[in-house]
Design a protein around this ligand. Structure first.
Ligand SMILES: [Zn+2]
Length: 98
């Protein structure tokens, strides 16, 4: 199941319901409103949503760098200085000329 269809399934199943609000608020008895098949399906959907959110969190926390040659913003390692091989090569060429 794709992330998108999983999100849709999750919203359809529980997203707008009082059950979801109650569960999110820690009222665990709200699961009694669901049958076993619904709960099993939602466990799978929630697992997928957790994976999706973890990926979103990682992307949001990734360091955004600014290329020292062209100024483009990019996602890279903390010590990354250039956004592309072309900019890295240009930086090395320019350095050699000085
Ligand atoms: Zn660049």
């Amino acid at each position: 199941m794709s992330a998108r269809s999983r999100d849709i399934a999750f919203v359809n199943a529980v997203g707008n319901s009082a059950v979801a609000a109650n569960l999110a608020a820690g009222r665990r008895d709200a699961v009694t409103a669901l049958d076993d098949a619904q709960r099993a399906r939602l466990v799978t959907d929630v697992d997928g949503a957790i994976r999706d959110l973890r990926a979103v969190r990682q992307a949001l926390a990734a360091p955004v760098r600014t290329c020292e040659v062209c100024g483009e913003r990019f996602v890279g390692r903390v010590d990354a200085r250039y956004h592309s091989d072309a900019c890295r090569q240009r930086a090395h060429r320019d350095r050699g000329r000085h």
